[in-house]
Write a protein that binds this ligand. Sequence first.
Ligand code: SAH
Length: 347
Amino acid sequence: MKQLVDKLFETNNLSSAEYKELIDNRTPELSEYLFEKARAVRIQNYRHDVYIRGLIEFTNYCKNDCYYCGIRKSNRKAERYRLTKEQILECCSVGYDLGFRTFVLQGGEDGYFTDEKIIDIISSIKAKYPDCAVTLSIGERSYESYKAFFDAGADRYLLRHETANAEHYGKLHPRSLSLGNRKQCLYNLKEIGYQVGCGFMVGSPFQTTDCLVEDLLFIKQLNPHMVGIGPFIPHHDTPFGDKKAGTVELTLFLLGIIRLMLPDVLLPATTALGTIHPKGRELGILAGANVVMPNLSPKSVRHKYMLYDNKICTGDEAAECLYCMKRRMESIGYRITISRGDHKSIR
Ligand code: SAH
């Protein structure tokens, strides 16, 4: 198996049969070998720097009904909220003073936030903080909407593809949502000129190794600037409330593989990874990740943006979250930097 890791390290590519072989035959020893290579590549590209993104969860209203997600439309128990533009700008102000230079606006697909409102929010942030990047993570919209947001100043867009296998996609989503449309959105975003992030949940219900192989091949083909992966974690008020969570072990292994496939990709150690293991984010960095996304949402709404059970950092102020993260990164020999943290191809 080590030869496959070496081959991936040298060529940034494997065949689907080889990915399958690698994933199915992984051992703790092989993982450690993979992580060593992944760290070497990551350090060569980004030294020991860890980029931070300030996550602003600005609405938990959603018109979609994804079976895994705690803020799905049918979850009547979710207490819904929206931040005002002023509240969002206040999050940015707190974040800026703490050293954040990227703001990620994430939310459910909330019709209240029309293109006009989103454009107004983007342009207000960019006017006040011209040295900062704005990342959107607000789901599927038309080419025209994406273009208008880009023209208003949005720099990046996160839209996880969730799974690259159409049949599997159908088991995670209602019929109104399709993998074809999700992929089209990603191609549109790329064409418009965004730095684009795709990604998937590890260990989502009905996922097989073949699904993961398809995810890897799709990622290689899309060649995104960012890839967000984290374990699936059940939420008790969803149809998947009694399904098993994904594992730290497989998530880390896939992080390592993705680092070798796309040597300079921006790869977060996600909150979900930190939720299923107390040192999940540190382990993610040590497996090749180079981004963390501390929460900048107002403390009063954090417990309402519950995508899954037991989500961490819902009780802390932004500053506490950042200091905690700084300590965590320093404890493993890495450092958080004050910068936009663009993809290498942009600078
Ligand atoms: N509405 C936006 C943002 C979705 S939330 C969009 O459609 O892109 C961001 C990500 O959280 C999702 O893409 C999904 O991969 C992840 N997520 C949702 N529910 C989850 C769960 N139960 N466990 C782990 N991750 C989850």
